[in-house]
Design a protein around this ligand. Structure first.
Ligand code: ACO
Length: 328
């Protein structure tokens, strides 16, 4: 029988620097009331000077190993989702590996924006069920503050920095663990959220920098509409694949992009909002780190107990999105 994979431990690495909406109103033309009403965000964490993406990721990975009761030297593989790597080459995962004091195991990055963690979880689940690896570290990490346009109020108020990680390994109890994963993409919507510069379309030149092509560009309304539609359909795919209805779900750990997106999805899948773990007010949108940070928080707050059915969902640039159903 194909074994089931489960999450053996969780961890997070978040900056200590807290930046409130009022702080942002001193940088761009915005205010606490607008940000709170349109997004639900009150504050976000921004990385300290001198630290980089792999520092947050390694901190999350170390905490996840500790919670799984293993040493980093017992890891078989590191999968890291990010759109804000330490540098374009090599993979940020190899710097994480180095910071964990290990070598030899495979370590690679994947690019699925805010869905990066769910894509990584899907890969880890497959590795473990195939019997290839027994301890896979999946990391979602983002330091968007270093690539945002801090003069663009449409984007800079939305994001925060952080990392979350899980360790995935075989489950001794076949009724518990990762019950399903579903991942999707639609390149037809790529133009709605992107960083146009720095690749082969617009290599970095003085002109590309002057044109601000290295910053995040977003059509917020299109993203909002597609996020609600696709997060709801991915959630329903997870329910149907497991013969469940919304009433069977004990907790939803959804990507924290915008409270209004979460509210609209909750309404579409007919689940009360109190079934969702919410931390957007304190972290903003941490992209691929959002789901694993929320999971780690919910777990450490005692909100997750053995046997509970937990639904993950996330969507981001690509568009890339997905869901997973777990029995804890
Ligand atoms: N402060 C004050 N006013 C602002 C700000 C701001 N920070 N940003 C925009 N505005 C203004 C706009 O300029 C506009 O003014 P105008 O009417 O004079 O032109 C007005 O507010 C309304 O702008 P809208 O774009 O219509 O506002 P909307 O209600 O759509 O909210 C938002 C914008 C919050 C970006 C929303 O569209 C959204 O959340 N979309 C999803 C985007 C997202 O989550 N992106 C993250 C990455 S993808 C993901 O994680 C799912």
């Amino acid at each position: 029988m194909v074994p089931r994979a489960r999450i053996l431990g969780t961890g997070r690495g978040v900056p200590s620097r807290v930046v409130s909406n009022d702080d942002l109103s001193r940088i761009v033309d915005t205010n606490d009331a607008w940000i709170t009403e349109r997004t639900g965000i009150k504050e976000r964490r921004l990385i300290e000077d001198g630290r980089v993406t792999s520092d947050l990721a390694a901190e999350a990975a170390r905490n996840a190993c500790e919670s799984a009761g293993i040493s980093p030297s017992e890891l078989d593989c590191i999968v890291l989702g990010t759109v804000t790597p330490d540098m374009p080459m090599p993979a940020t995962a190899v710097y994480v590996q180095q910071k964990l004091g290990i070598s030899g195991i495979p370590a690679f990055d994947l690019s699925a924006a805010c869905a990066g963690f769910l894509y990584g979880l899907t890969i880890a689940d497959s590795f473990v069920r195939a019997g290839q690896y027994k301890r896979v570290c999946v990391i979602g990490v983002e330091v968007l503050s270093r690539i945002l346009d801090w003069t663009d109020r449409n984007t800079c108020v939305l994001f925060g920095d952080g990392a979350g990680a899980v360790i995935v390994g075989p489950s001794e109890d076949p009724s518990r663990g990762i019950l399903s994963t579903h991942i999707f993409a639609d390149g037809g919507c790529a133009q709605h959220l992107l960083i146009p510069g720095g690749g082969t379309v617009h290599p970095t030149t003085p002109q590309s920098v002057a044109d601000k092509l290295h910053h995040v560009k977003m059509n917020g309304r299109e993203i909002f509409k597609n996020a609600v539609k696709n997060l709801a359909s991915a959630s329903i795919a997870a329910l149907e694949a497991n013969g469940m209805t919304a009433a069977d779900v004990d907790l939803v750990v959804a990507h924290q992009a915008n409270l209004r997106i979460i509210e609209a999805v909750a309404e579409r899948i007919k689940l009360p909002l109190d079934r969702f773990h919410l931390n957007i007010q304190r972290y903003g949108n941490t992209s691929s780190a959002s789901v694993p940070i929320a999971l780690d928080e919910a777990l450490r707050e005692g909100k997750i107990q053995p046997g509970m059915r937990i639904l993950f969902s996330a969507l981001g640039a690509g568009l890339s999105w997905g869901s997973a159903m777990l029995r804890w």
